[in-house]
Write a protein that binds this ligand. Structure first.
Ligand SMILES: NC(=O)c1ccc[n+]([C@@H]2O[C@H](COP(=O)([O-])OP(=O)(O)OC[C@H]3O[C@@H](n4cnc5c(N)ncnc54)[C@H](OP(=O)(O)O)[C@@H]3O)[C@@H](O)[C@H]2O)c1
Length: 250
């Protein structure tokens, strides 16, 4: 049976690369972001029957709920959920504005929890199955964290707090959902060359490259292989793990 993968933030960066990879392996894919992109529109034209896209804010609980239901109805359920959408405001805590703090908490932490809750509801929505039968379905959740959740970086304390929260969320949810055959893992990338890190000052970027054994910033292509793996049967006995992918910097 064709798997259905739900991916937040599929218009750019790591989310877009994940949409592309999971479509290429044959999944049905449902993704959303606040705005679309030319790259995502091209994928929608290439895969009209397997890609569902929408534009709304991850912090909008009603919209998230409606989208997950639409995706589950269209494709016959949800197999995997990759919670990827996030925002980052860099700055020392003393200068951080209320709206910046609220936005990071609303999108990164609350938005991820809302999305995963709806995905889990859809996954559990069918008739109850014994754990081993459910495991055979290979359902899974992957939460995108960041190495800054465990290894500090000046100017990212609030962003790091949201990511550290997500790692606790993933570890605990893995225990809750294991008996239902749903695996939950997190990936913690190091700095990636995407829009999210575009404001990183040149000197800071060079410092990261110098302290990274593999000598460069990561790219979405460095991360999607692990998402592909964790959402496959090859990872059938892996749950509750946080996987750093950072060129060896942590
Ligand atoms: N870049 C890094 O250095 C780095 C390092 C470690 C971890 N990460 C994590 O990796 C993930 C992907 O990051 P990225 O670098 O690919 O970021 P990105 O290039 O900025 O892309 C973020 C994606 O999320 C969407 N998004 C942002 N806010 C949203 C909202 N409120 N509602 C719905 N969609 C929203 C964006 O689309 P719209 O703006 O159109 O909504 C976009 O599709 C994030 O969880 C990030 O925290 C990134």
């Amino acid at each position: 049976m064709t798997a259905t993968s739900l991916i937040s933030g599929g218009s750019r960066g790591l989310g877009l690369a994940t949409v592309e990879r999971l479509l290429a392996r044959g999944d049905h894919v449902a993704t959303f972001s606040r705005s679309s992109s030319a790259e995502l529109a091209a994928l929608a034209a290439k895969y009209p029957d397997r890609l569902l896209t929408a534009t709304f804010d991850a912090a909008d609980s009603g919209a998230v709920q409606a989208f997950v239901r639409t995706a589950a109805d269209r494709f016959g359920g949800i197999t995997h959920c990759i919670a990827n959408a996030a925002v980052a405001y860099e700055g020392v805590l003393a200068m951080m504005r209320d709206d910046e703090i609220d936005h990071m908490l609303a999108v990164n932490l609350r938005g991820t929890i809302l999305l995963v809750r709806e995905a889990v509801r859809a996954m559990l929505g069918g008739p109850a199955k014994p754990a081993d039968a459910a495991a055979a379905d290979g359902r899974s959740i992957v939460v995108i964290s960041s190495v800054v959740a465990t290894h500090g970086s000046p100017g990212l304390s609030v962003y790091a707090a949201t990511k550290a929260g997500l790692e606790g969320f993933a570890r605990n949810l893995a225990r809750e959902l294991g008996p239902r055959g749903i695996r939950v893992n997190a990936i913690a990338p190091g700095f990636l060359a995407t829009d999210l890190s575009a404001s990183l000052p040149e000197e800071h970027r060079h410092r990261i490259e110098r302290r990274t054994p593999l000598g460069r910033l990561g790219t979405p292509a460095d991360i999607v292989g692990a998402i592909d793996f964790l959402t496959s049967r090859r990872a059938a006995f892996i749950t509750g793990q946080i996987l750093p992918i950072d060129g060896g910097s942590s």
